[in-house]
Design a protein around this ligand. Structure first.
Ligand code: NAD
Length: 356
């Protein structure tokens, strides 16, 4: 496939280089129908330029759906920097990147993502105001993970309401795959609500911490798919729900923070076929983007928390659409997002036309 064909569903794709610092970057703006395209900068040693382009196109489209479904006035974008974040980071590289972001005049707003930190955003902010997710010391909202975990709990309460008629998670067993930043915060919140926890992680220090602090039962990496539990919460990797793992699940629902949990769209049907309720990842894990969206207006933790808690209602709306239109929850969440883009996005276009 040629480049123009590959980017046909996106508004704009920008390539940038700075040979002196080794910067090679691609910024993809999928949609600005609802507002500026917000999405993080991923720093990753891609195997090829094609792999980097594929990733940024897929991720930016995912951001459009995530922000639209969350009810934000934001579009979808994403950026990738090609290279090893452990060896290639420098002030010059991030400032050169910041100038490229600035040249887009606010159509794209960046933030941290895999391979970049809130501190890296401070360097970018020296070249452009179009960056969010700054550290607390710089007047930002800091690490978004607590907000993301708060949103996962709100989503799990909506799952509980639907399956068991009460949003109370006390006494429920939740299996968490990956107790990193989000997983650990989620475990802490669930423990406080009286849930039982089962955890797995490649990092033994992470599981030890969860066992000591929250009384979590630790299982092997592969065993987490098979444990008997009420909710399975993927909080590590994408693409983990597929034809080999779904038949092994002994959970009543899947509801976690990981991005792109379904290996393919058919896996949503596969879960449905097994009678497992799937809470669409981009609705569940919107707490982080909601948090940085609040930062753009002047950060307030209380306002961010109130907005993140709306994920409960949002997910209930997704389940209602799924019931009424006899589709799976993943498809319902995509429809919810697309309908909002159609309704509100075209309203904005009309206003622009009327003013002209
Ligand atoms: P993290 O890197 O802090 O945590 C991931 C954890 O998963 C680590 O402890 C890692 O050791 C573990 N892990 C890696 N491979 C594993 C495997 N095969 N089995 C079990 N554990 C494994 O990342 P995070 O910020 O906690 O994010 C977790 C997930 O949530 C990611 O998919 C991320 O894209 C998504 N997400 C995060 C946020 C956020 O605010 N941090 C927002 C939206 C989505």
């Amino acid at each position: 496939m040629g480049v123009f064909e590959a980017i046909a569903s996106h508004e704009q794709v920008v390539f940038g280089v700075d040979p002196a610092s080794g910067l090679r970057t691609i910024i993809a703006i999928h949609s600005t129908a609802l507002g500026p395209a917000l999405g993080g900068t991923r720093f990753h040693p891609y195997d090829s330029e094609e792999a980097a382009l594929d990733d940024v196109l897929r991720l930016s489209e995912g951001m459009t759906l995530k922000s639209a479904a969350a009810g934000l006035d934001l579009g979808g974008g994403k950026a990738v920097i090609i290279g090893d974040p452990r060896t290639m980071k420098s002030e010059r590289l991030f400032r050169a990147y910041g100038r490229l972001v600035d040249s887009l005049g606010g159509r794209y707003i960046t933030a941290e993502d895999v391979g970049t930190t809130t501190e890296d955003m401070v360097l970018i902010a020296r070249e452009t105001p179009f960056v969010t997710g700054l550290p607390l010391a710089h007047g930002g909202s800091g690490d978004p993970s607590p907000a993301t975990a708060r949103g996962v709990v709100a989503a799990q309460q909506a799952v509980a309401e639907r399956l068991w008629g009460t949003r109370d998670l006390g006494g429920k067993t939740v299996a968490i795959q990956g107790v990193g930043k989000v997983g650990t915060n989620l475990a802490e919140r669930l423990h406080a609500l009286g849930a039982e926890l089962i955890v797995a992680d490649v990092d033994p220090a992470a599981t030890r911490r969860a066992a000591n602090r929250f009384g979590a039962k630790v299982v092997d990496l592969d065993e987490i798919y098979e444990v008997e539990c009420d909710i399975f919460a993927p909080c590590a990797l994408g693409g983990i729900l597929d034809e080999s793992t779904i038949p092994r699940l002994r959970a009543q629902a899947v509801c976690g923070s990981a991005n792109n949990q379904l290996a393919t769209d058919e896996d949503a049907e596969r879960l449905e076929g097994r009678g497992i309720l799937y809470a669409p990842d981009f609705v569940v894990n919107a707490g982080g983007v909601i948090n940085i969206a609040v930062e753009m207006e002047g950060y307030s933790e209380a306002r961010a928390a109130a907005m993140v808690d709306r994920i409960y209602e949002n997910l209930r709306r997704v389940f209602t659409i799924a019931d009424e239109e006899r589709i799976n929850p993943h498809e319902a969440a995509v429809r919810l997002a697309r309908r909002r883009i159609d309704e509100i996005g075209t309203l904005r276009l009309r206003q622009r036309r009327d003013r002209a």
